[in-house]
Design a binder for this molecule. Structure first.
Ligand SMILES: Nc1ncnc2c1ncn2[C@@H]1O[C@H](COP(=O)(O)OP(=O)(O)OP(=O)(O)O)[C@@H](O)[C@H]1O
Ligand SMILES: [Mg+2]
Length: 346
C-alpha cells in the first residue's frame, strides 16, 4: 500500500540531508548533530569575538568582569537556549516520526489483511462453484435413476394391473374395486415420482434447454394458484454454458418459490435477454413487495434463498439484485457475463 509522502521524505529533497543519509546519518542523527553543532559553533564564535574585542582591541585583562559577563551571556546562556529549543524540536519530530511509523505499520497490516481477505474470497467462490457443480451432478444422477428405474417399474406395474383387470371376471366386483384402488395408488405414486424428479433436476432442462424448462417450471407451479405468467425473450439461449443455464434455472426457481410464499401476487413477468457479452434475466411480480431491510429483531431464522441466488451468480462472475418494484411488487435482476468463445464452445 502506498503511504502518503512524509516530512522525512521531503527532507530528502535537500542535497546535504541526502548526502548525510547516504553516509548512514539518518534524519534523527542529523537533528542530533545540529542540536550540538549549532550551540558549540555559536559558543566558539562568541569566544573568538569576545577575545578580539576585550583583549585585542580594549586591552583588558584575560578574565576581566566585562569579558566574563559577555562570554557567559552570549557564549553560554544563548547557545544553551538554542540547544534546548533544538532538543524540543527533536522531541516533536521524534513523536511525529513514531506516529508515522505506527501508521505505516497499520497500513501494512491492513494491506496484508486485505490481500488475505481477497484470496479467501476467491477461494470461497471456487468452493461454492465446486459445491454447486457436485450438487447438480448428484441431483441429475438421482433424477435419471429415479426416472429410469422407478419410473419403469411403476409403468410395468400399471400395465400388469391392467392385464389383471381384463383377466379377472366382472362378477368379482370386490376384486375389481381393490384393483381400481391399486391403480389410483400407482397413478398417484407416478405423479409423486414425477414431482420428485422435477424437484431434483428437471430432465427437460438437460433434454430441451433453458426456455422450455423455465416455461414448464412457471406454468406447473403458478397456474394452479391462478397467477398469470408473462414470458418475454430476446436473443438465442441455445449455446449458453451449462453452468449458467443451471444457475439461471435455479435462481428463477427460488424466485418463484419466494413469490408463492411471500408475494401474494397475481402476475409474474419473466424476461430473458441474451447477447454475445451478457445474459440478463428479470423476474417481477405485482405482489406485496419485499420488505425494507429491518434491523435485527430477534428473528433468528436463517433466510438463505436470496443469499443462495447471489452466491450462485457470484461463483460465475454474475450478480443478483432484489429490490422493490414500482408501484408495487418485487423485482429480481440477474446478470451474467458471457465470454464469446465460451458461448460458442458450449
Ligand atoms: N417476491 C417477494 N415478495 C415479497 N417478499 C419477498 C419476495 N421475495 C423475498 N421476499 C422477502 O425476502 C425475505 C428473504 O427471502 P429469502 O428467499 O432469502 O428467504 P426465505 O424465503 O424467507 O427463506 P428461505 O431461506 O427458505 O428461502 C423473505 O422472507 C420475504 O420477506
Ligand atoms: Mg426463499
Amino acid at each position: 500500500m502506498q503511504f502518503p509522502p512524509t516530512r522525512s521524505k521531503s527532507l530528502q529533497r535537500f542535497r546535504l540531508s541526502r548526502w548525510l543519509q547516504e553516509r548512514g546519518l539518518n534524519v534523527e542523527g542529523q537533528l542530533r548533530l545540529i542540536q550540538w553543532l549549532l550551540p558549540l559553533t555559536l559558543t566558539g564564535i562568541v569566544l573568538i569575538d569576545e577575545i578580539k574585542e576585550h583583549i585585542l582591541e580594549k586591552h583588558e585583562l584575560l578574565f576581566s568582569e566585562n569579558f566574563l559577563i559577555e562570554v557567559t551571556f552570549f557564549g553560554l546562556i544563548g547557545p544553551t537556549a538554542v540547544w534546548l529549543v533544538l532538543y524540543w524540536v527533536r522531541g516533536v519530530w521524534q513523536e511525529r516520526e513514531d506516529d508515522r511509523r505506527l501508521l505505516q505499520k497499520m497500513y501494512n497490516e491492513l494491506a496484508e489483511a486485505q490481500e488475505r481477505l481477497t484470496a479467501l474470497h476467491v477461494q470461497r467462490g471456487k468452493l461454492v462453484d465446486r459445491l454447486m457443480t457436485v450438487q447438480e451432478d448428484e441431483r441429475r444422477r438421482l433424477a435419471r435413476e429415479i426416472h429410469d428405474e422407478l419410473g419403469q417399474l411403476l409403468t410395468g406395474l400399471s400395465l400388469n394391473l391392467k392385464v389383471c383387470q381384463e383377466a379377472v371376471p366382472q362378477e368379482l366386483e370386490a376384486v375389481h374395486q381393490h384393483m381400481a384402488r391399486i391403480n389410483t395408488l400407482i397413478r398417484h405414486t407416478i405423479d409423486q415420482t414425477h414431482h420428485l424428479i422435477v424437484g431434483l433436476r428437471p430432465i427437460v432442462l438437460d433434454d430441451y434447454g433453458l426456455l422450455p424448462a423455465l416455461q414448464e417450471e412457471l406454468h406447473q407451479r403458478l397456474d394452479p394458484l391462478d397467477i398469470d405468467v408473462h414470458l418475454e425473450t430476446n436473443g438465442s439461449f441455445e449455446h449458453l454454458p451449462p453452468a449458467v443455464t443451471t444457475a439461471v434455472f435455479r435462481i428463477v426457481q427460488e424466485s418463484v418459490t419466494n413469490i408463492i410464499r411471500h408475494a401474494n401476487a397475481h402476475h409474474v413477468y419473466l424476461s430473458l435477454s441474451c447477447s454475445t457479452e451478457e445474459l440478463r434475466v428479470t423476474i417481477e411480480d405485482d405482489g406485496v413487495g419485499i420488505p425494507e431491510p429491518q434491523p435485527l429483531n430477534g428473528d433468528n431464522r436463517q433466510r438463505l434463498g436470496i443469499l443462495g441466488m447471489q452466491e450462485r451468480a457470484a461463483a460465475l462472475g454474475g450478480r443478483v439484485e432484489v429490490s422493490r418494484r414500482q408501484p408495487y411488487g418485487t423485482q429480481v435482476q440477474v446478470w451474467f457475463p458471457l465470454k464469446r468463445e465460451e458461448v460458442e464452445a458450449a
